[in-house]
Design a protein around this ligand. Structure first.
Ligand code: MN
Length: 310
């Protein structure tokens, strides 16, 4: 549910109170000087001059009175300075996942959320990404994919290991994937263009474009970079959910191959699991479902040696 806080000058507060007088309710909470309950939004005015709008109609109602402080101001992000009201613009967002997981692919998604679909995407359940569990994302991703122009790329482990052996860093692989996913979305939506593209920053602009130097098509127009970008526009939040969904689906497929559910991440548990797979299915199978150059491979090998030296 939307929750917007504005800091308003006294004259605005006076006029707001006048406007909502017919909806006034009594609220005996500390610091509350006025409260009103409209059909789709609750408005609370505090003695500090802050006004909170809560409910379905919060955004629309709040817009009549002022502009919420840009989230960028309170979030410690790194990257480009974003245009004003960025969260309400038509944006393609992109994000990746799976980079730190020993098992499974790297996935990248790019999603276009035009202004008029922002509310819909929020309604479909795109919230603060830290609150999103894997199960929840599995549930909402298909709706997001149906609702929005998007592209999702899966870099399977065989290909990853091959590229890695040829000297590609993860940064380069990610840059290539983001660029490709963004290009796909631009192609799908043409001739319409987004106002901006926002990449959840994993590399600064110069490094990102250096990775793309040999590419024929390089997406550059209106591209912005920021860390924590999923909090800055729902398009990036949607991209991170779709990327995660694709990652989980590939993990499901790989789990079927080994006959049990593969562990995410790169912990000791992963080492033990890798050792078990190595023993049961052989090196080639393990290689084909893992990021082989991770330290987990070495550790799994040692676990096996220990086991057989007993
Ligand atoms: Mn990211």
């Amino acid at each position: 549910m939307a929750n917007i806080v504005l800091k308003l000058a006294q004259e605005k507060i006076d006029s707001l109170r006048e406007t909502y007088q017919q909806y006034a309710v009594t609220r005996n909470a500390p610091g509350v000087v006025f409260a009103a309950k409209l059909p789709s939004v609750a408005v609370t005015v505090y003695s500090s001059g802050k006004v909170m709008f809560q409910g379905q109609g919060a955004e629309e109602e709040a817009r009549r009175w002022g502009v919420a402080e840009e989230k960028t101001a309170t979030l410690k992000t790194q990257g480009d300075h974003l245009p004003a009201h960025f969260a309400s613009l038509s944006v393609i967002g992109s994000d990746e996942t799976g980079t730190g997981d020993y098992f499974g692919p790297i996935t990248v998604a790019a999603v276009y959320v035009p202004q008029e679909k922002i509310a819909l995407v929020e309604t479909l359940g795109v919230k603060d990404s830290k609150m999103l569990t894997d199960d929840y994302m599995r549930k909402i991703a298909p709706d997001l994919m149906a609702a929005c122009t998007h592209s999702v790329l899966v870099l399977r482990n065989e290909r990853y290991n091959d590229l890695q052996k040829r000297g590609y860093s993860q940064g380069k692989m990610k840059a290539l994937m983001h660029n490709k996913a963004l290009q796909h979305v631009l192609d799908k939506m043409a001739p319409e263009k987004p106002q901006h593209i926002l990449i959840d920053q994993f590399a600064v602009r110069d490094v990102y474009y250096r990775h793309l130097a040999q590419q024929q098509q390089i997406v550059q127009e209106n591209v912005l970079f920021s860390t924590k970008a999923e909090n800055l526009h729902v398009a990036v939040a949607a991209a991170s959910i779709i990327a995660r969904y694709a990652f989980l689906k590939e993990m499901d497929r790989l789990s079927k191959i080994v006959g049990f559910s593969l562990q995410k991440g790169a912990s000791n548990k992963v080492d033990e699991m890798a050792a078990k797979i190595w023993q049961k299915h052989g090196e080639e199978t393990l290689r084909s479902i893992s990021k082989w150059h991770f330290a987990n491979t070495e550790k799994a090998c040692k676990l096996l040696q220990k086991k057989y030296s007993k």
